[in-house]
Design a protein around this ligand. Structure first.
Ligand code: G3H
Ligand code: 13P
Ligand code: ZN
Length: 333
C-alpha cells in the first residue's frame, strides 16, 4: 500500500479551486512512457503550471503499475530538478470498476475517474458512490461522468454521443459525492472525432466540426455553481501533424478535432480539467516518422524519440499557455 502523499503528489482539490478562481483549466495529459512523462513535466515547469499526469487502464497495463508509481515519484523530483515544484496529480483515466480504482489508490494514484457513463443512471450512481467512499477515506479525489462521448472510451466504442442532461447533475453529484464531473457537450475521443458528413468545410477543404454545446455547459454551471467540470476528448488534431504523418507514409484520413478557440473559451468557465491524449500521439508519431523516413540508416532510438520528446514539449507548452491559460499560476522560488 502506497499513499500518493509519500510520492510528493497532490489530489485535485486545491488545483481545481485555484483553476476555478483563476478562470483557467488544468491539462490532463495521457502518458505511458518516459519520453511522454518528461515532456509533460518539462512543459509544466517551463510554463509554471500545475499538471495532471493521466493514465488509462490500458496504459497502466502497458507500463506496469509498479513502474508508474516510481515514474510519478520521479516526475515530482524531476520538476524540482528543473527548477519549479509544480503541483502534480497522478490520475486514473476512465476507470471501469471499483477494483481498478481501489488498486490505483492503493498504488499511489492521487485521483481516479470512475466512468459509469455507459451504465443505467442508478448503477452509475451506485458504482461511483462506492469508489468515492473508498477514495475519500484515503484523501483521493474522484471524477465521475454523466453523458456519453462518441468514440473510443477504453474498450467501449460509442457510435453516438448522448449529451449530459443538466437535470441530472445535482442529483448525481449529491448522491455520489464526486469531486468533479465529466460531461458530454460535443467533444469525442480519438483523432477522427466526426464523420465528414457531420462537418462543414472551409475554403481550403478543411473539415470544420460542429460547435460545442456551450448552452448545455451554461445550464450545468448554473445548477452546480463553483463545481469543477471536466472535458474529455479535447484534442484539436493539429492539421500540420496530420499532414506530416501522411507525408512520411502515414495514412490518417478525415482526422478532425475540437478547435482550440472553443477549448480556450471552455477553460474560462467551470471547466477545470481538459483531457488531451490524441494530440500527443500525433505529435510523437509525426516526429518519429520524419526521422525514420529521412534517415533510414538511423537505428538509435534516442535519435527519433528525442525529437519526438521535443515536439511533445512544444505542444504541451502551447496548450498550457494558449489554450488552457494555466501558465504562470504557480509561484516558483
Ligand atoms: O480516453 C481514452 C484515452 O485516450 C486513453 O486511451 O485506453 O488507448 O490508453 P487508451
Ligand atoms: P482525445 O482523444 O481527444 O485526446 O481525448 C483524450 C481523453 O479524453 C482521455 O480521457
Ligand atoms: Zn476520455
Amino acid at each position: 500500500m502506497v499513499n500518493y502523499k509519500d510520492l510528493g503528489l497532490v489530489n485535485t482539490k486545491e488545483m481545481f479551486k485555484d483553476a476555478m478562481a483563476g478562470n483557467y483549466a488544468i491539462g490532463a495529459f495521457n502518458f505511458n512512457n518516459m519520453e511522454q512523462m518528461q515532456s509533460i513535466v518539462a512543459a509544466a515547469v517551463e510554463c509554471k503550471s500545475p499538471v495532471i499526469l493521466q493514465v488509462s487502464a490500458g496504459a497502466r497495463n502497458y507500463a506496469s503499475s509498479t513502474l508508474l508509481r516510481y515514474m510519478a515519484q520521479g516526475a515530482v523530483e524531476y520538476a524540482k530538478e528543473l527548477g519549479c515544484a509544480v503541483p502534480i496529480v497522478l490520475h486514473l483515466d476512465h476507470g471501469n470498476s471499483f477494483e481498478l480504482c481501489k488498486s490505483c489508490i492503493d498504488s499511489g494514484f492521487s485521483s481516479v475517474m470512475i466512468d459509469g457513463s455507459h451504465l443505467p443512471y442508478d448503477e452509475n450512481v451506485a458504482l461511483t458512490r462506492q469508489v468515492v467512499e473508498y477514495a475519500h477515506a484515503h484523501d483521493v479525489t474522484v471524477e465521475g461522468e454523466l453523458g456519453v462521448l462518441a468514440g473510443v472510451e477504453d474498450d467501449v466504442v460509442a457510435e453516438q454521443s448522448h449529451y449530459t442532461r443538466p437535470e441530472e447533475v445535482i442529483d448525481f453529484v449529491t448522491k455520489t459525492g464526486v469531486d468533479s464531473l465529466a460531461i458530454s457537450i460535443g467533444t469525442s475521443h480519438g483523432a477522427v472525432k466526426f464523420t465528414p458528413a457531420q462537418c462543414t468545410r472551409d475554403e481550403n477543404g478543411i473539415l470544420i466540426p460542429p460547435p460545442l454545446r456551450f448552452d448545455i455547459l451554461k445550464e450545468i454551471e448554473e445548477k452546480l455553481p463553483g463545481f469543477p467540470i471536466v472535458l474529455h476528448g479535447s484534442s484539436s488534431v493539429p492539421q500540420n501533424y496530420v499532414a506530416q504523418i501522411n507525408h512520411y507514409g502515414g495514412q490518417l484520413k478525415d482526422a478532425v478535432g475540437i478547435p482550440e478557440e472553443q477549448l480556450s473559451r471552455a477553460s474560462k468557465s467551470a471547466v477545470c480539467k481538459i483531457n488531451i491524449d490524441s494530440d500527443g500521439r500525433l505529435a510523437m508519431t509525426a516526429a518519429v516518422r520524419q526521422v525514420i523516413m529521412e534517415k533510414p540508416a538511423e537505428f538509435d532510438p534516442r535519435k527519433y524519440l528525442g525529437p519526438a520528446r521535443e515536439e511533445l514539449k512544444k505542444l504541451y507548452m502551447h496548450k498550457i499557455t494558449n489554450v488552457l491559460g494555466s501558465a504562470n499560476s504557480v509561484k516558483c522560488d
